[in-house]
Design a protein around this ligand. Sequence first.
Ligand SMILES: [Zn+2]
Length: 305
Amino acid sequence: MRWLCFVLVATLILSVAPTAARKIRVVATTNDLKWAAEKIGGERVEVVALMHPLQNPHTVQPRPSFVVQLNRADLLVRIGLDYEETWLPPLVEESRNSKIRRGGIGDVDTSIGIPLLEIPAGRVTREQGEVHIFGNPHYWLDPENMKIIARNIAEGLKRVDPVGTSVYESNLRNLEREMNELLVETLKLAEPLRGEKFVAYHTTWSYLANRYGFRIIGYLEPKPGIPPSASHLADLILRMRQEKVKFIIKEPFYESRTPNMVAQRTGAKVIEICPTVGGEKGTETYPKLMRFILTKIVNAVQGLN
Ligand SMILES: [Zn+2]
């Protein structure tokens, strides 16, 4: 009987040990998705992000290490739409990892279920350099959307690691609660922004503006991905003067010459903000990033910086 017990225990240890030792390898394309995957996966996962937060997401230059990461991945978490379209599919192909191919067991498109903004009315192609052809993919700057992102990640983790189901579901409930609290807090924080008008370089801020009640009345880019042109800027400057727009929001990875020129001609100020977790000091987590961005805009509007 004792011998039988020993065999049973040994079998149990052998069957449990490999899964306990081996973490689920998650590759996220962005730091925001990495943050969410770590929250949902907890101790069961190890997560890497491919893109640098201070990199223009629409002009990513893939590195050879990306293929190595993808080859080892159990789960690939991506923004979807056309966000990673130019560089990710060829790398997934090259990685020879069938799990993370589109529609594979380890493929997570976090845009599933997101109420998308700015879906083009007609057919749009990328031939002229235009991006966002399926709608605006910068949807993570809204805690309601972060809940949807997290739900998609939890579903993916459950598919590749069913043993962890209860952990993933419980972590998802915690994240949803945290996002609800963050919403209450940030809606209050952003109250001074209600009805304010801004101009931005790129349409990165639509979901943020939509959630927190401010308006972006124009962009330095005539269309997402198309560089500013003289005629477009002339119209924009006119509108900014008419509508008394005082601020231009730009990301650190866009050039400063154009926003500075427009600011000079309109008396507006440029606010530089990185829209991704970890791009600036004090934005190491998603809640910190949301507070950081909103505080920066509120302070500018209130003349505090
Ligand atoms: Zn974009």
